[in-house]
Design a protein around this ligand. Sequence first.
Ligand SMILES: NC(=O)c1ccc[n+]([C@@H]2O[C@H](COP(=O)([O-])OP(=O)(O)OC[C@H]3O[C@@H](n4cnc5c(N)ncnc54)[C@H](O)[C@@H]3O)[C@@H](O)[C@H]2O)c1
Length: 281
Amino acid sequence: MIKTVGVIGAGTMGNGIAQVFAQAGLTVRLVDIAQPLLDRARKTIEKSLSKFVEKGTLTPEERNAALKRLTTATSIDELGEADYVVEAIVEDADAKRALFTSLDAVVKREAILASNTSSISITLLGAATKRPDKVLGMHFMNPVPLMPLVEMIRGHATSAESMRIASDLCVTLGKTPIEAADYPGFIANRILMPMINEANFAVMEGVGTPEAIDNVMKLGMNHPMGPLTLADFIGLDVCLAILNVLHDGFGDPKYRPCPLLRRMVAAGQLGRKSGRGFYTY
Ligand SMILES: NC(=O)c1ccc[n+]([C@@H]2O[C@H](COP(=O)([O-])OP(=O)(O)OC[C@H]3O[C@@H](n4cnc5c(N)ncnc54)[C@H](O)[C@@H]3O)[C@@H](O)[C@H]2O)c1
């Protein structure tokens, strides 16, 4: 029975993931490297829960109870009690592997270790631990409290039992789990990122302005949000990291990250989170 969940990384995704677990009645410990990041995450969660209260989908008592179930910590050493851990740190294979090795040493043997990675091999992360049968991908979508899908990734050694427990947990969160095999980018980003990348090339080559490109996809293809608005929302650094994984993993030039995307990331234009990307915020 899963009662206590550890969430590591309190950024865009981690705070949303911590929130949905706390809302579903689980005890949550959110970990990041510094207290100010955790304080900011807590504020974001408070704001998001209050929006649900304003909309009438959550009572003030439920909001307060969810917040009470959420504690923070600056070290994974505080995760000894966790039955289930979700990692949501930077999209970097070396950083994630190092974290999984450390986690394996501090979290109890029977606990499942999940990664929210957008594209990195779950098999590789499992191999960094002594419990590869209990390592899997649990890929939430942004914004986590609103999006119904969780892409579930089975690594080469992940057991059927671990996948079952994790999928049941998704249902407890009110989400729909869909399983994908462990290939770069899984299903979601293998299809989404080439479109975002192509939209970048279209800007670079002057085919259209960002507004024109986004409006073509919205009005012509019925997408709720254009690809460049979505890229800003995801984070251009995250998009670049995923495209690099696709490009390295498949060795296919069709995944080559657009030079304009590389240049914007190098300039610190990361989208919404930095105040500037294809648009200004
Ligand atoms: N942004 C999206 O739309 C999106 C969607 C789905 C999945 N993801 C995936 O989720 C993960 C996190 O992405 P994000 O957008 O939230 O990133 P982010 O940059 O917003 O947040 C990452 C957080 O992790 C923390 N961190 C880094 N190393 C750490 C460590 N060793 N221990 C503890 N904390 C650490 C950072 O301080 C930061 O607060 C990535 O793997 C990404 O690919 C992102």
